[in-house]
Write a protein that binds this ligand. Structure first.
Ligand SMILES: [Zn+2]
Length: 168
């Protein structure tokens, strides 16, 4: 699959009126005004944070940032893995990544994997809806498989790129 890299221009499908109110539709600090529920994943926003749980009666429905990013394939983080060990250990590493995602998502509903691309031999690319999960994945790779990493934040800290590699 292809990845849409975030651009500095705002989403062009948004009209002028929305642009003024919501300059960056993906800005992580943008918070709903009152309690809302995501109509797709069921995450509930209340008391200042997104959480899993019972949906209060009569709350407004919305599409959360994570579901929107997933739908539009617009990641906030990219983790690139490169190593010959991915050939023999690909399934095991994907399992590790999914496990880390599950642990992260339990506490932070909007931190998720968008896609895991294993189409290139000896490589794996993981896209995420947030900038925190990539570091968690990076640390788990170092713990389990050693190797080396680099982490680079872009776009005023709203986008992160992590690269892990192990030569043998
Ligand atoms: Zn959602």
């Amino acid at each position: 699959m292809t990845t849409n890299f975030p651009k500095s221009t705002a989403n062009r499908r948004w009209g002028r009126a929305q642009m003024d109110a919501e300059a960056d539709p993906y800005k992580p600090s943008r918070k709903p005004a009152g309690p809302v529920v995501c109509r797709q994943c069921g995450a509930v926003y209340r008391r200042g944070r997104w959480q899993w749980g019972k949906v209060p009666a009569g709350v407004k429905k919305t599409l959360c940032e994570a579901c929107r990013r997933t739908r539009e394939n617009y990641p906030a983080g990219i983790v690139s893995l490169a190593s010959p060990i991915l050939v023999a250990h690909g399934d095991e590493i994907e399992h590790l990544i999914r496990h880390q995602e599950g642990a992260e998502k339990a506490d932070h509903p909007l931190n998720r994997v968008i896609a895991i691309d294993r189409s290139k031999r000896g490589r794996m690319e993981i896209t995420t809806t947030d900038i925190h999960l990539p570091r968690r994945i990076m640390n788990s790779m170092l713990r389990a498989y050693r190797g080396s990493v680099s982490e680079r934040f872009e776009q005023d800290g709203n986008f992160v790129r992590v690269e892990w590699r192990r030569d043998r």
